[in-house]
Ligand binder design. Sequence first.
Ligand code: GLU
Ligand code: MG
Length: 453
Amino acid sequence: MRDRPSATKINQPDPHVRRVLERAELEGIELIRFLYADHGGVIRGKAASRSRLAERLNTGIGHTVAMMAMNMLDQLQEVEHLGPVGEVRIVPDPSTFVPLPHAPGAAAMLSDLRNPDGSPWEACARTFLKDAVETLADAGYTLLAAFEPEFTLGRRLPDPAGGYDRLVPLDDALCYAGTGFDTAHDYTIKLIRALETQGLRVEHYHPELGPGQQELSVRHAPALRAADNHVLYRETVRGVAMRMSMWASLAPKPLADQAGNGAHLHLSLWNDTQNMFADDSELRECFIGGLIAHLPALTALTCGSVNSFRRLAPRTWASAYAVHGLDNREAAIRICSPLGESGEPNLELKPSDSSANPYLSLGAVIHAGLDGIRRKLDPGEAVDVDPDTRPGRYRRLPASLDEALDALEADELLMEALGPLRRSAYLAVKRSEAAAFAAQDAPYELFHHMRVF
Ligand code: GLU
Ligand code: MG
C-alpha cells in the first residue's frame, strides 16, 4: 500500500471552481447537490445553495461520520468510530459539476468524504477507487470501464389491500420488440437528452426481456469517471421517471418472477495507447485469473444487496458460475468479441448490479485483476457451453449476501485493500441488511429494493 499524502488543503485553488460558479449563475442553479455513495449502495448527499457555493466548494459541507454506518433501510449500525461523535466533510469534485435536467434549478457534483483537515477519510468509497486507480497506474496500466445497466420502468402504485406499494411495469412488450420502443418512447428520449446533457454519451438502447424492462448503455470512460457516470445515471433514470409520474427501479430483481436488472461491468486495460486485452493476450488471461480467484468475495461488493442474489440464478443470463468464456452469456466473465475492426476487445463482468456502491465495486475489481497479473493467475478453461449443463463441474457464485460476505471476510487481498474502518463498516452494514431481510418475507425485500434502487 502506498503512503497517503499528508492532509491535502481543501482551500487550494482549482481551475474548475470559477467555471462552476459561473455556470451555476448562468444556468439559474439554486441548489447544488454534493453526492456520494454509502456502504448500503445508496446515493446520498447534502445540497449547498448558490449563494454559499463558493465557500462550500472550499470547505465542503459538514456531515456526520455515522452515515457510513447506515444500511439501506436507514438503520444505523454500531461501528466503532462511526457513532454520534465525529465529523467529515462532503467535498465536491468541481470537475464533475452538472446541471440536472430532471431537476430544474439543481445541479450535482460527485464528492469525496474528507476529514475536517482536508485529508482523505478512511471510509470514503470514492477515495478507495481513486487509490486503486493510482495503484494500477503505478503498475503501468489504466482501466476503462462502463456499467451496462438494465432497469424496470413502470408506476409505483399503492396496494389496494394496504400492503407495500407495487411496481407495476409500463408494458408487456417483448424483448427488443418494436412495441416496447413506442411504449417507452417519451421516457427514453427524455432520458437520453438528460444523460447527454450531463456528458454521458449514450451508446445503445433497447426494450429488454422483462415487463417494462429497459437497457440503455453509455460509453466507457476511465474508471473513476465510469463510477461517477453510474451515480449520475442512477439518479437520472429515477429522476426523469419521477418527473413523468413514473417509477424506475434499477434493483437487481424488483419483480421476483421476471428477468433481473444487471449492470454488467465492461472493462479494458490500457498501457499508454494500447488495449492490453487484445486477442489471447497473456495479460488478459491473468486479469481474468485474478477476477475468477476473487469472484466469491468480489460479488459481496459488485452485487451489494440481498436482492442481488435472487438475480444470480442459472439460465437467466445473469451468471451463476465463476467461469469465463468467449461471448458466453452464462459465464461470470464474458470475453466480448470486438465490434468490427475498430472495436475494442473488452471483458464483461456479469455479476454486477446497480445496488452496489460503484466505487467499491470498481476498486475491488481493479485489485482482483491486478492480483491476477502480479501472481500470473491461471483463469482455467474457457467455457463454451452453458455451465449449468455440466452439473458439479464449475464453481457456483455465492447464493446469498451472507455467503458472499463470508467469502469477502476470508479474502485477505480485498480485506487489506478495504482497510480497517471501511471493511468493518461495510461488513456491519451488509450483515445487518442480510439479517433484516431474513426476518421478513419476500414482498418486503422486493418493495424496499425497488424503493431505494
Ligand atoms: N437481465 C440479465 C441480467 O440480469 C442480462 C441479460 C443480457 O443482457 O444478457 O444480467
Ligand atoms: Mg441486457
